[in-house]
Design a protein around this ligand. Structure first.
Ligand SMILES: Nc1ncnc2c1ncn2[C@@H]1O[C@H](COP(=O)(O)OP(=O)(O)OP(=O)(O)O)[C@@H](O)[C@H]1O
Ligand SMILES: CC(=O)N[C@H]1[C@@H]2OC[C@@H](O2)[C@@H](O)[C@@H]1O[C@H](C)C(=O)O
Length: 368
């Protein structure tokens, strides 16, 4: 793979929402975007979700992890057999993330995918960064930088991803290169959909608050929100990242509220966390492009618009596919990994210097 020559990479993401696998094609040399390929999605069955949930917080070798890996590998093989492409970028399922102590754990074996698909697979994107002292997340920012150029942004823009956890990337599109000092600032904002999904599942037996309809009927609890805002995470300067369940106390704090007030409180908390994050960016952005499933939650989007200092619009307003940006990011990262280009640095994960990451498994080597 060389500069200026596009390959068709297929990126795969299974995020912290535990809803399913996104895969998306991208034509890129790992620097420029040349175009977007087809995308696809496969939801997890109830059984698969139960296996993954049971393995959350677990580390390699723990009970339940081999079963979770099997679910992830099979779900990816189902989707990837029909996607073609030259190279796969496989994120795997994050089961646990504790960069300051135990490390980060994405389950699923890229070497098995390479063997069964007959294609090179880039994977294990986060461990080298963590080993070097970085947070190991977020990794999509370098792709956000490329996207800012693709959409022709002239002034700073923010990408806000609302998955299970929220994260932002502030990008200065005039910067010479993504890892030039001051080109980006990225970090996790706080809980987003994960607590809402967990509450809806526990109380209503459904996976999400569709459209934010239930939150719209409730009243956020001021005391719970005051305690939430006092969480030490918000005082920590970036770089910083979160595990899915780092804000478990929030779920406990809404336990005594009725369903609508509880979900309204969690929705407001997600919006407040993003508003707080925007206070840390170097210069105000011209607009905030929202991607990830949370942009379909009308109540959450309305609360964001109430709190945020500039235009807050779905990524579609810039001609992007807001459901697939993370999967596309791992396609882009796969090519950067194969070329040994940096994927993280001081302003994204807090790695001491821009550094490459991930490993590539080749079908032949995988058979040996
Ligand atoms: N119509 C909708 N109404 C409300 N919420 C929605 C809707 N569609 C999606 N969501 C929320 O978005 C979630 C899926 O988002 P997404 O696929 O971006 O998350 P992810 O990839 O798992 O997360 P992460 O960014 O943490 O890796 C769903 O689980 C749900 O909470
Ligand atoms: C450890 C881990 O899997 N983190 C995810 C998670 O989901 C959202 C947020 O927390 C972000 O930090 C990251 O994913 C995106 C794709 C990233 O690395 O940019």
């Amino acid at each position: 793979m060389t500069a200026g020559r596009a390959v068709r990479a297929i990126g795969c993401m299974t995020g912290t929402s535990l809803d399913g696998v996104d895969v998306a094609g991208l034509d890129t040399d790992g620097e420029r975007i040349f175009g977007f390929g087809p995308s696809s999605y496969r939801g997890f069955s109830d059984n698969e979700t139960a296996v993954l949930r049971a393995a959350l917080g677990r580390w390699p070798g723990d009970p339940g992890v081999a079963e979770a890996a099997q679910v992830i590998e099979v779900a990816h093989l189902d989707l990837l057999r029909d996607m073609g492409g030259d190279l796969i970028g496989f994120h795997g399922q994050t089961l646990a993330h504790d960069p300051g102590a135990r490390g980060t754990h994405q389950t699923g074996n890229g070497a098995r995918l390479a063997r069964e698909l007959g294609l090179p697979v880039a994977w294990d994107f986060r461990s080298a960064d963590v080993a070097a002292g970085g947070q190991g997340a977020p990794l999509a920012p370098v792709f956000h930088f490329a996207l800012a150029q693709w959409i022709g942004a002239q002034a700073p823009v923010v990408f806000l991803n609302l998955g299970g956890v929220g994260n932002i990337t502030w990008v200065d599109p005039q910067a010479e290169a993504p890892f030039a000092p001051g080109a980006m600032l990225a970090f996790d904002t706080g809980p987003a959909n994960a607590p809402i999904n967990d509450l809806m599942r526990a109380r209503r037996g459904v996976g999400q608050d569709a459209g934010g309809a239930l939150a719209a009927q409730g009243r956020p609890d001021p005391q719970v929100l005051a305690d939430f805002r006092a969480h030490p995470y918000f005082r920590k300067p970036p770089p910083k990242s979160l595990d899915r369940d780092d804000f478990a106390g929030l779920a406990e704090a809404v336990a005594g509220l009725d369903d609508a007030d509880a979900v309204a409180t969690l929705t407001e908390a997600a919006a407040l966390a993003v508003a707080r994050a925007l206070e840390a960016v170097p210069r105000p952005p011209t607009r905030i492009l929202v991607c990830g499933g949370g942009r379909n939650n009308a109540t959450l989007l309305a609360r964001l618009r109430h709190h945020l200092p500039c235009d807050t619009v779905p990524a579609e307003d810039a001609g992007l596919d807001g459901d697939m940006i993370e999967a596309q990011a791992f396609a882009y990262l796969a090519v950067r990994c194969a070329r040994g280009l940096p994927i993280s640095g001081p302003d994204t994960t807090g790695a001491p210097a821009p550094m490459s990451g991930g490993q590539v498994s080749w079908p032949v080597a995988a058979q040996a």
